[in-house]
Design a binder for this molecule. Structure first.
Ligand code: IVH
Length: 661
């Protein structure tokens, strides 16, 4: 390909990728499958690698990457980022409207938007390109997190239309409840500390020194304020939102209200139905629509006089704690759960709540029979917040952690310095079950149909005792399971078979090695590239990897020392499960096709594996699609064909130089 063609192709790919990003992250209506998207991005990456001169600062490839920082730089905001005043309840909201009307006779309409619970950020676009992104900080000086914000795919890196020479927008970086739950589940599986709520998860993820970590977190953004704009005149805040939308920014849903009654009605509707959006909101924001009226009203040192946050009531309820049961997790952790007298908390019935561990119960002095306050913390698993001591009768019972696992009866032990009590049984069915569910989960081997219910049936029917057993399941074998149709059996077996091609990083995460989360699995797979190399790595080799500390290293080394591990891995390999990672490096073979002819000094299978390990493909016959023909001794007619088609011919030595290079 010539540079000019490459530049054209790259631009076309960028356009298509941007469109798909917008459809997926802003419009919530994706058109491309993940595989199609990855292949477009892969092609663009290879093209830009070959022709670095075609890279543009707003190319989707520039979202990831960048080296970790020592610390964030600071940004002094051109316009201070103010906070909002709070109104609790109807009366305070009416008072706000009254103040506005006292100051200006006819303030016009108001815009009412949900108040997204995330991290407040500001973005500056200069000459159509994202130049800077920063946190609010103290409102005057924030942190420069440009590199991290660039990894969020709903944030445009460039503006579509020329003519906006300067744009500054304010918005919120957040995580949906569903993404938050998945992230925490994966962290729990890897025994990493959990985030308390989606807001902490979003803020923590956006403020990582390594943008690679941020890129791996499911962050979203929505923009609700044009702070500065040159090139488009605006009269209304609502026009600003429409403009942001046409420039490609996600904006929050918003209603235009003509007076306080309408405002209160919209706020009440949202409060009753706050779950209608898939992210956390802690109230509504009411803003005067006219920008001219806004500037007449002005601001105090802390907050504008033209806007107010209407705060929702906390989602709490009082109920009775009927009992405490124990759940056993994949790692054998015994987790106490509160069984409650069912109670409604803003729209849903709650009958169970998390109690975390033995210490939580002791510190809060929670007893069976107590009246307790239950709260939906961040819309996730409800929590018991505190006990109503004054309602005690003396009949309440103090809880003690059982000494035996309630599922398999093995000893349950709590090691010194740890908060968790664990089942010591190696083949505890609860652990086996949870391990299988984790193995098939979306971020792990991504096996469709292998959810908790199916795993339960497979284990109960004695068909599966560990993850390797999954790969010998057949539709006929699944007939042992009641009420499972032929179609479902076949789909499940197919999904399991397809998972064999997952990269090593997913397999490592799926195996549920303690302390090895998604990120650690990726780093390890990139560094060692094969299960064999990883299994032979010494503690020193392991800790020499950036981001791998002694805890992960110890855990990985001890995992590979287990007899049981070796057995499972051997059976997985025999079943044909992929055990290598395709690593992208400079000069790698991604997208290249090799055809072999003649006899090589190494077995053909080994030569093919070398190509595959570096991301290349092998083909059986020579065509124009082949990039290289490798000619060993006594090459056949393939060599002539290669020459006649003008395909590059490599000797074995050239080939080895290339793949090992
Ligand atoms: S307007 C000067 N609109 O709430 C007014 N803020 O408690 C700028 N927030 O720091 C803010 N959703 O992070 C506005 N639709 C929305 C919002 C919103 C969430 C956050 C924002 C701000 C905090 C104030």
């Amino acid at each position: 390909m010539r540079p000019k063609e490459a530049a054209q192709r790259a631009e076309a790919l960028r356009e298509t990728i941007r469109r798909h990003d917008h459809l997926y992250y802003v419009m919530d209506s994706p058109e491309a499958s993940d595989a199609e998207y990855d292949s477009l991005l892969g092609e663009l990456m290879r093209l830009e690698e070959e022709f670095p001169e075609v890279i543009t600062p707003d190319s989707p490839t520039q979202r990831v990457g960048g080296t970790p920082l020592e610390g964030f730089g600071t940004v002094t905001h051109a316009v201070p980022m103010l906070s909002l005043g709070n109104a609790f309840g109807e009366a305070e909201m009416r008072a706000f409207d009254g103040r506005v009307r006292n100051a200006v006779a006819d303030p016009g309409g108001y815009v009412v938007e949900p108040k997204i619970d995330g991290l407040s950020v500001t973005l500056v676009y200069e000459n159509g390109q994202l130049a800077r992104g920063a946190t609010r900080g103290d409102g005057v000086v924030g942190e420069n997190i440009t590199q991290n914000l660039k990894t969020i795919r709903s944030i445009p890196l460039g503006l579509p239309k020329p003519g906006v020479s300067l744009l500054e927008v304010r918005g919120e970086v957040f995580m949906t409840r569903e993404d938050f739950a998945r992230l925490n589940a994966a962290r729990e599986a890897a025994e990493e500390p959990l985030f308390a709520n989606p807001r902490n998860a979003a803020a923590g993820s956006a403020r990582q020194l390594d943008p690679g970590v941020t890129a791996a977190r499911p962050l979203r953004a929505a923009f609700y304020e044009v702070r500065r704009i040159e090139g488009i005149p605006l009269q209304l805040h609502s026009q600003g939102l429409e403009t942001l939308k046409t420039l490609g920014f996600p904006v929050p849903p918003h209603a235009i209200c003509q007076g306080i009654e309408e405002i209160l009605q919209v706020c009440a509707e949202w409060e009753a139905d706050r779950h209608r959006v898939p992210y956390e909101i802690d109230g509504m924001v009411v803003k005067v629509d006219s920008l001219e009226v806004q500037s007449r009203l002005g601001s105090t040192s802390k907050s504008p006089r033209w806007a107010m946050a209407y705060k929702f009531a906390a989602e709490q309820a009082v109920t009775r704690l009927l009992g405490i049961t124990i759940q056993v997790g994949r790692t054998g952790a015994l987790t106490p759960t509160a069984e409650l007298e069912p109670v409604r908390i803003s729209g849903s019935t709650v009958s169970r709540a998390g109690l975390h561990n033995e210490d939580y119960i002791r510190v809060k002095d929670i007893r069976v029979g107590d009246w307790v306050i239950v709260q939906k913390a961040g819309e996730v698993i409800p929590e018991v917040v505190r006990v109503l001591q004054e309602r005690r009768t003396g009949e309440e019972r103090v809880f003690t952690m059982p000494g035996k696992c309630p599922v398999c009866g093995s000893d349950a032990l709590r090691l010194e310095g740890e908060a968790v009590t664990r089942c010591a049984g190696i083949s505890c069915p609860a652990q086996v079950r949870e391990g299988l569910i984790h193995f098939g989960s979306r971020d792990a081997m991504d096996i469709d149909g292998l959810g908790p219910a199916m795993v339960g049936k497979l284990v109960e029917a004695g068909l599966v005792r560990d993850v390797a057993d999954l790969y010998s399941l057949t539709p006929a074998g699944l007939a042992a399971i009641e009420r499972l149709g032929d179609r479902s059996s076949e789909n499940l077996v197919n999904a399991i078979q397809r998972s064999k091609d997952q990269p090593l990083s997913r397999l490592l995460f799926a195996l549920g090695i303690r302390h090895v989360g998604k990120r650690a699995a990726e780093v390890l797979a990139q560094r060692f590239t094969s299960m064999k190399a990883l299994s032979e790595a010494s503690l020193e080799d392991l800790t020499s990897v950036e981001e791998v500390g002694p805890k992960i290293a110890q855990s990985v080394a001890s995992f590979f020392r287990q007899e049981q591990t070796r057995d499972v891995l051997q059976r997985l390999e025999q079943a044909g499960v992929n055990m290598v990672e395709h690593v992208q490096r400079a000069g790698d073979l991604a997208g290249k096709t090799f055809v072999f002819t003649g006899t090589l000094s190494i077995p053909r299978s080994q030569a093919e594996a070398l190509v595959k390990e570096r991301g290349g493909k092998t083909g059986a016959s020579v065509s124009r699609q082949a990039d290289y023909v490798v000619a060993g001794e006594d090459p056949g007619s393939k060599l002539d064909k290669a020459r006649s088609l003008g395909v590059t011919v490599l000797s074995e030595a050239d080939f080895l130089g290339l793949v090992k290079g």
